[in-house]
Design a protein around this ligand. Sequence first.
Ligand SMILES: [Zn+2]
Length: 287
Amino acid sequence: MPLGSFASVGFDSKRQRALPVPWASASMQTFTPDSSIASDVIPSANYGDRNKDRLPDMIVLHYTGMPDVEGAIARLCTAGTDVSAHYIVLEDGRIVQCVPEAKRAWHAGAASWAGEEDINSCSIGIEIVNRGHDWGYPEFPLRQTAAVIALCRGIMLRRKVPPHRVLGHSDVAPSRKKDPGEKFPWHSLANSGVGHWVQPAPIVRGESLKLGTISDDVRGLQQALAKYGYGVPINGKYDTATMEVVTAFQRHFRPARVDGVADHSTLTTLQSLLASFSADTKAVAAR
Ligand SMILES: [Zn+2]
């Protein structure tokens, strides 16, 4: 069957819309969902074993970035696309599991965080249905965000994922990815104990570091970003790679202006994040 053909299974009569299950998935062996709030399983053909049985202690959030949910589910589940995720969260809040958590889903690609590069082996990947920047980038509906929060809370408890290891795809792959993007309500997640976040410092006029700057201040910025976990060169040059990491940082932590310029607000937000990160880590260690 070609990509985009769907079986009629997965229909829940209490809901208005049937889940678009690709034919290929309908014939695959199903499994028991790891999350008790996952309402459906659509098995993906795309997964493998975690490297050296690495236990996942990170969650990576994505948006699907496709015009419709049918195409997104088909892409994530059909053999040959080489992409998948453990979970898909629909706009209406339904949660579909596609890959067992014990397995390595293929969602992060070339990436790095805190010195680790095989992000697929150490993480759980969650795809949030949203058309993304290329297709109008709508707001994330409240019920969808609530479902993401509930799903993450369960995974954090079961897998002992610390708050600061709930990240966006753009955080771990800043040169390639924008998702879930600056409209994603990280503050709402943090209010429910999901992810690490601080109130961003207000944007004010003043000096800033930007593309082309070479200085010790740039080196200090790079060191601070690397300390938080970002994969960034530490060379004192505000090069393209540095600008991309600052852009990723802003999408997640200072979304009011995403321009890759390290202004006072960006630097202050990073410092307060690091200060509270230390406290957060100590609190975790003291448990
Ligand atoms: Zn992604």
